[in-house]
Design a protein around this ligand. Structure first.
Ligand SMILES: CC(C)(COP(=O)(O)OP(=O)(O)OC[C@H]1O[C@@H](n2cnc3c(N)ncnc32)[C@H](O)[C@@H]1OP(=O)(O)O)[C@@H](O)C(=O)NCCC(=O)NCCS
Length: 222
């Protein structure tokens, strides 16, 4: 990789970015994928954060993309805090596992300074080296006091989390119409939908929750 540049996404990048998400996500978590459609509709949603819509160019070509939306934490008193979530995030398959994703995340965190935290759902192996921790450590849960194994939290403002319980909610921007996603995909060159073992890994991660004994200290093994 001779030259790597991280910059805001421009209108002229839209199609290349959608193709990139399609290439990176195709058959990875389910047969086919919807992430290129999600990228397409997010940009015009009111919860989208344009200033954190970044691409990474490698040798003059768009090789990675990250998009953010607003999300929220609510404590037990009902106080709501604005935070961020990212996704889709993708690196061109030909350039994965060479540090591009990590550099793009790091730059986005720098630009997001002032925000308390980022919460995402993802394979922990991709994110713990970028400072993400289990939601359990920060006492951030979903409705019903559920702590998903794939729900990861990155503090951006050190010390923001003070032990109080927060409930996380993401933007309705992610509630997409599957039929519209299917229709949108027809505008791209055909690709075969198939099973891949990574789909089973995704099933395991996305259906797992963290449960600790009542007397366990979530932060004790930090
Ligand atoms: C996930 C993704 C964005 C990561 O970007 P990347 O450029 O490939 O990853 P990086 O090289 O920056 O590595 C990030 C971390 O992943 C882990 N990692 C990297 N290579 C790895 C490998 N071969 N095996 C296991 N883990 C690996 C490491 O923890 C690494 O950090 P470290 O080098 O400090 O230890 C990229 O692989 C991708 O687009 N994947 C397909 C789409 C996707 O899954 N997006 C995320 C949805 S949640």
């Amino acid at each position: 990789m001779d030259h790597l540049l991280i910059r805001p996404e421009q209108t002229g990048d839209y199609r290349a970015v959608e193709e990139l998400h399609r290439r990176a996500f195709w058959n990875l978590y389910v047969p086919g994928c919807q992430e290129h459609y999600i990228a397409h509709v997010l940009r015009s949603h009111p919860d989208f954060v344009p200033e954190l819509d970044l691409v990474c160019e490698v040798d003059g070509r768009v090789a990675a993309s990250i998009m953010y939306t607003r999300s929220w934490l609510t404590d037990r008193q009902g106080t709501r805090v604005d935070i961020l979530t990212f996704g889709p995030l993708a690196v061109d398959p030909a350039l994965q596992r060479r540090g591009v994703g990590k550099r793009l995340m790091a730059e986005s965190f720098r630009r997001a300074a002032g925000c308390p935290a980022v919460v995402i759902f993802g394979n922990p192996g991709n994110y713990v080296s970028s400072g993400f921790k289990s939601c359990r450590r920060y006492n951030v849960c979903l409705e019903g006091d559920v702590f998903p194994a794939a729900m990861l939290v990155r503090e951006l403002t050190p010390g923001f989390f003070d032990g109080r319980r927060y409930r996380y909610a993401d933007s309705p921007a992610f509630q997409i119409d599957p039929q519209a996603a299917e229709d949108f995909d027809r505008d791209f060159p055909p690709m075969e939908r198939a099973f891949q073992p990574s789909q089973e890994e995704f099933f395991i991660h996305s259906n797992s929750v963290i449960r600790l004994p009542a007397d366990a200290e979530p932060g004790s093994s930090e």
